[in-house]
Structures are given as C-alpha cells and as structure tokens.
Design a protein around this ligand. Sequence first.
Ligand code: C5J
Length: 224
Amino acid sequence: MIPVPARPYPFQLDPAHTALVVIDMQRDFIEPGGFGASLGNDVALLEAIIPAAAELIALFRRQGWPIVHTREAHQADLSDCPPAKIARGRPGLRIGEMGAMGRILIAGEPGNQIVDALAPLPGEIVINKPGKGMFWATGIHETLQGLGITHLVFAGVTTEVCVQTSMREANDRGYECLLIEDATESYFPAFKAATIEMIAAQGGIVGWVAPLAALHLAIAGAPA
Ligand code: C5J
C-alpha cells in the first residue's frame, strides 16, 4: 500500500488495484463557445485544470495503471435519455438540440469529444454515460471488477455533479475513492468547496481528498 497524505486521513493506495477516472473532460463543457458557455458559465474555470488533469493522466500512464475516461453522452436517437432529462432546461439548449459544437451531449458530435490535451490513448477505457454517474447503464463496474480494481482516483468535471455522483456510486459499490482536488472543477467555486467538504466529512463518508502533489510525492517515495 502507498499512503497518500489526504483528508480526512491518509488514503491507502493499492498500486496493483487502482484506476484513474477522468470524468467528462469534453469540449462542450470546457471550451469557449460550447454548451457550458452557452448556459452562461465561465468555462475558463474548467479549462484551468487541464494541465493538472494531464499531469495526473501522465502519472498513471508512467505507472501502467488503468485509466477510464468518461463522457456524458447520449445516442443520436435519444433512446437512452429519459424524457425528464430531455425536457430540462431552456428550449434551444436542450439535449439533442443543435449547439455551436454539434448536437448537445450526443455521442460522436464535435462537442462531445474529450479535449485534445487529454485525449485517451489506445487501450485506455472510454465510456459514454447517459447519466451523471459513471455506473448507471455503462457496464463499467463489471469492467473494473474484471481488472481487479478496488481503488479509484477521481478527476474531471464538474465536481458537484458528475464527479460527485460517480464517486458516491463507486463508494456504494465498495471502491476506495480519492478525489484529486486540483484536477477537478466546477463552474461554481462554492459548490466545489462544499463538495470537497462533504466527501471528506464524517470520517470520509464518500472518500478522501488530496492535492495532486501529495499523490506525486507518495508514488515517487514508494519502494519500486
Ligand atoms: C453536468 C457534468 N454538469 N459532467 N455534467 O451536467 O458534471
């Protein structure tokens, strides 16, 4: 085990059974002119974590540990999108409608691609998730179980929506979860801060939280 200084207490990272999960670093949420921006959000906040997320991905690649990339994405015919989700939001800015980067949250559209700087490499796991959480209707639990994964390190956007939902789903399925706080972001800084507090509260009720530097140092200092 590799102890990583974290809140509420050190996270015991199991190097043989840990995967990285990078949530929804897709163009529509992050790039200027995309869906996120059209909702009035300041996407610069999200863009700012790209270097930290890239560093985290590079760290896992060097270690040869599995990486899962997710996208919030629906099929073109919206058959995997509940009517309540389609109807949500202002007309013109709803799932499946045409946005500046193609149809909003539809698999294969330009805006649904992961940003170039974090593009998955062949062999990495990429899942389209129709929900906010990564376990709903994706089969990822079975894939992770098949790989023997028991520990998940989380990054991505947005902290309080898809990252937190995925982390809670993972926690309920028995995974030990660590959120890298400078590799996740929200359009709402107060929501990010509150989410981090919620995760680590009550003895780590959802999991652990640590900065990227703590993970780097812990892995660098671990016996080979
Ligand atoms: C949202 C996400 N915020 N990836 N999606 O709708 O958090």
